[in-house]
Design a protein around this ligand. Structure first.
Ligand code: F3S
Length: 286
């Protein structure tokens, strides 16, 4: 059985940076350090940080200490202000690529565009980006929602959640033009999809086209990991696993070639454990 791992696995630049910043802030601290929401959507990472004294709080009201870490997904200026107004310091680990999207949203809103964020409305990154547009817009993955707005906006500023698939974003743009445009409509698109995600998705699709089983390693609550799994599932049998222990022997029956990719918030050590486990299960323990 051939096991083939994609070139880009393990943490992306933004996740590595966020974890580093949080760990440095926690080192040598006497009091507990809190993060507003998980630093990254990965249970193992959250547990590892908890062992270093970094605890996740869900809401601003839950913050007990004098310093809070903002996750790689970022937050809206209004939430940041609400934190500071309580005399709580912020350690900001927002990924620079997410911040680029936040600034783009602010620019578009200031220029008078109705901001449409192509993404999951409930995802923290998307909520934060909309906040930078002073909530002058919506987040959706359904172009029909924009078409049914009343009044329908004439000037639309469009950007994307950083982890969305470029191909699906392009499809959304086509549908938006077909369904939501009226006379004199104006569309300003800013490409905010992360280059790391583009590379991972392109590699995953290429690999999924060659193998008879794909394993996508990452958190079930991670948007980019789920997108990878959806893209691969279109081409071959695909399973999303958080840890090596989840691999089922029945998946391997009759399989000759297995591909492995990982989400951007997946530790390389977890990917290596998956490879080792597959080697053991296929009788090729190294
Ligand atoms: Fe940033 Fe892209 Fe990672 S937006 S957090 S480098 S997936």
């Amino acid at each position: 059985m051939k096991i083939q791992k994609a070139k880009h696995t393990g943490f992306c630049f933004g996740v590595t940076r966020a974890i580093d910043l949080a760990e440095k802030a926690a080192a040598g601290r006497r009091e507990l350090l809190e993060t507003l929401g998980a630093i990254v959507h990965n249970r193992q990472v959250t547990e590892q940080l908890a062992r270093r004294g970094i605890r996740v709080v869900k809401d601003i009201d839950d913050i007990k200490g004098k310093t809070v870490v903002v996750s790689s997904h970022g937050i809206s200026p209004r939430r940041a202000e609400a934190i500071r107004s309580r005399c709580i310091d912020i350690i900001d680990t927002t990924c620079p690529f997410v911040h680029r999207a936040q600034l783009a949203a602010r620019r578009l809103a200031k220029a008078g565009f109705y901001v449409v964020v192509y993404g999951e409305a409930e995802h923290p990154e998307v909520k934060g980006i909309l906040g930078w547009a002073q909530d002058k817009g919506i987040a959706t993955m359904d172009a029909g929602v924009v078409a049914s707005l009343d009044p329908r906006p004439r000037r639309i500023g469009l950007l994307s959640q950083t982890t969305q698939a470029p191909e699906q974003f392009a499809d959304f743009v086509r549908k938006l033009i077909d369904g939501a445009f009226t006379q004199n409509s104006e569309l300003h698109i800013i490409d905010t999809i992360c280059h790391d995600i583009r590379e991972r998705q392109a590699e995953a699709v290429k690999l999924a086209g060659k193998v008879d089983l794909m394993l996508v390693v990452g958190g079930r609550n991670s948007a980019n990991t789920n997108h990878l799994a959806q893209l691969c599932a279109r081409l071959t049998e695909t399973h999303l696993v958080e840890t090596a222990a989840e691999i089922e022997s029945s998946w391997l029956e009759g399989k000759q070639h297995i591909g492995i990719v990982s989400g951007a918030s997946t530790d390389e050590a977890t990917v290596s454990e998956v490879v080792t486990r597959l080697e053991e299960m296929s009788g090729r323990a190294s």
